[in-house]
Unconditional design. Structure first.
Length: 292
């Protein structure tokens, strides 16, 4: 067997193993999660009371908690991430560009538990002092921490997309008398829009699937926020799964409900990743046609 055949065989084996693993996870989580619908009424499941030890499995507060924190995180991270991408691609010298990109990649690789402790030890006391709240474990803390975690994702992907904008577009804009900022606003950003949208979708997928950090800083109160949503503790889906999975009796209704939450998250993250990959692939293909 020659080296090429061996390489192709190993590549196929690795790819097949990944596909089989994903299929196994999907089937297992799906089978366990779908059992909930045979054991718990839909009214119970869609109620606003989460008290699993008393037979109340309302997942609405958990969904609201996740969406609240993720939406707030994106409101913070999207402007900062895209602005950082513009700065990296348009304003810093080429020799510094690689260093900045390496730093961003390092930030993306920091474990989520580290971010969680940063929120607990540093941000939480500051929020208590600044906002005069009884605890720093509130939705705002989770939003800040999640935004720090997804900014590298948005920045990295958006900067790659902006770097792929045809130079002819930029040079034509400058030749027509446009300023640097006018070129960024009128050429680079509109051309990069599909890629930036894809980066935001991927950031959403990462944020909604984050577990340890939100478990540490969000307060774990399974109620729909009333009044100022930023200052209320919330209970994201992922935090509930991490908190209760070790306590739930295998095969119990509570156990199956937790798998239902996992199935819900799996579907959301899978859909977000697939959509983002589709947008990036379509955008890249369109750019290649333009360049050719």
């Amino acid at each position: 067997m020659d080296e090429n055949s061996l390489f192709h065989g190993l590549s196929f084996l690795c790819a097949a193993s990944s596909i089989i693993a994903i299929l196994f996870i999907t089937v297992f989580v799906g089978m366990e999660g779908l059992k909930t619908f045979f054991e718990v009424s839909l009214d119970n499941l869609l109620s606003v009371r989460w008290a699993p030890y008393y037979g109340s499995y309302g997942i609405i507060p958990l969904i609201v908690g996740s969406l609240t924190v993720v939406a707030g995180a994106l409101l913070i991270s999207v402007p900062l991430g895209i602005s950082s991408a513009v700065f990296i691609t348009q304003f810093i010298p080429k020799n510094v560009h690689d260093i900045v990109k390496a730093i961003i990649e390092i930030l993306a690789a920091i474990p989520s538990v580290v971010y969680g402790f940063i929120g607990l030890i540093f941000i939480s006391p500051y929020l208590i002092s600044l906002l005069n709240v009884p605890t720093g474990k509130i939705a705002l803390n989770g939003m800040i921490i999640l935004s720090l975690m997804v900014i590298p994702t948005i920045t990295s992907i958006s900067s790659e997309i902006m770097s792929s904008v045809p130079k002819d577009y930029i040079e034509a804009s400058l030749a027509l008398g446009a300023t640097k900022w006018q070129t960024i606003r009128g050429v680079i950003l509109p051309t990069s829009m599909p890629g930036m949208i894809a980066s935001i979708i991927l950031a959403f997928g990462r944020a909604i699937g984050e577990t340890v950090a939100v478990l540490i800083v969000c307060g774990s109160v399974a109620k729909i926020p009333v009044g100022n949503i930023f200052l209320n503790p919330v209970y994201p889906l992922t935090a509930a799964i991490a908190m209760y999975m070790g306590e739930a009796v295998v095969g119990s209704t509570f156990y199956h409900v937790l798998y239902t939450l996992g199935l819900f998250l799996f579907i959301i993250t899978f859909a977000a990743t697939t959509l983002a990959d589709f947008i990036i692939a379509k955008y890249t293909k369109a750019l290649r046609r333009i360049v050719i």
